[in-house]
Design a protein around this ligand. Structure first.
Ligand SMILES: C[S@@+](CC[C@H](N)C(=O)[O-])C[C@H]1O[C@@H](n2cnc3c(N)ncnc32)[C@H](O)[C@@H]1O
Length: 222
């Protein structure tokens, strides 16, 4: 299997105006590619950071059964308004993943909320709690440790993440490396697939974080 893929950086779905300023969606093309590679119709597909629901919507379009958790009420309601399996999106905090009614899962695709190493508020709390970058990494690890209980033996878990380039005022953050390291302590790391974006929403400039590619880190249940 090819370990890099070239995909257009196009988000096909129109989203409500209120989300335009914080549109951190994954382009559908990447999720379609991965669902096609790693699942069969009827499989359960889960995203613990559902965002605006791209994973769930693509899964549903491809006749898979979508499940997701989203902490932001407006985003949760938007997803509910868009999917057929309305009860399969949960409003909640993935750090409590073990408390939710989830089925056994065939495939996980997710792009967690990111944190820069110099930030002081934990994004996993909706920026309401103080927390270091290390706290954030520890809590991500706990989420994926809890996830293990719901994974079918053959399930793949793919986490899309990228390193955050330095800016004129802020240091770079090796987020992809750090997430890979903490998750590989609770799941078996299998390999990475690099998604290379052709053209971005930002014209000819690189992706907002400094790159035209992202890492899809693939894990198996341990
Ligand atoms: C990068 S976005 C995901 C975008 C998604 N891949 C899409 O294409 O729509 C990350 C999402 O995680 C949500 N989030 C952050 N912390 C969370 C938590 N503790 N539990 C559940 N969702 C959380 C944020 O509200 C945000 O919508």
């Amino acid at each position: 299997m090819q370990t890099y893929i070239l995909l257009p950086y196009i988000k096909r779905r129109q989203i409500p105006e209120e989300f335009h300023d914080d549109d951190n969606r994954t382009p559908e093309s990447l999720i379609e590619y991965l669902i096609h590679q790693f699942t069969q119709p009827g499989d359960t597909v889960f995203d613990p950071f559902a965002g605006l629901g791209t994973t769930l919507l693509v899964a549903e379009e491809m006749d898979r059964i979508p499940f997701g958790i989203e902490a932001d009420k407006d985003r949760f309601e938007y997803i509910r308004s868009q999917i057929e399996f309305k009860d399969n999106i949960i409003l909640g905090d993935s750090r409590n993943l073990d408390e939710f009614q989830l089925p056994l899962i065939d495939f996980v695709f997710t792009s967690p909320i990111f944190m820069r190493s110099d930030e002081k508020k934990n994004p996993l709390s909706g920026f309401t709690e103080n927390g270091t970058y290390q706290d954030y990494l520890n809590q991500l690890q706990i989420i994926f440790r809890k996830l293990r209980a719901f994974l079918k033996p053959e399930a793949k878990v793919i986490v899309e993440v990228f390193n955050l380039g330095a800016t004129s005022t802020r240091p770079g953050t090796l987020l992809a490396w750090d997430v890979g390291r903490v998750l590989s302590q609770v799941l078996d790391f299998e390999k990475e697939i690099i998604a290379c974006w052709q053209g971005t929403d930002y014209g000819d400039s690189p992706h907002i974080y400094g790159y035209n590619h992202s890492y899809c880190l693939m894990f198996n249940s341990k």
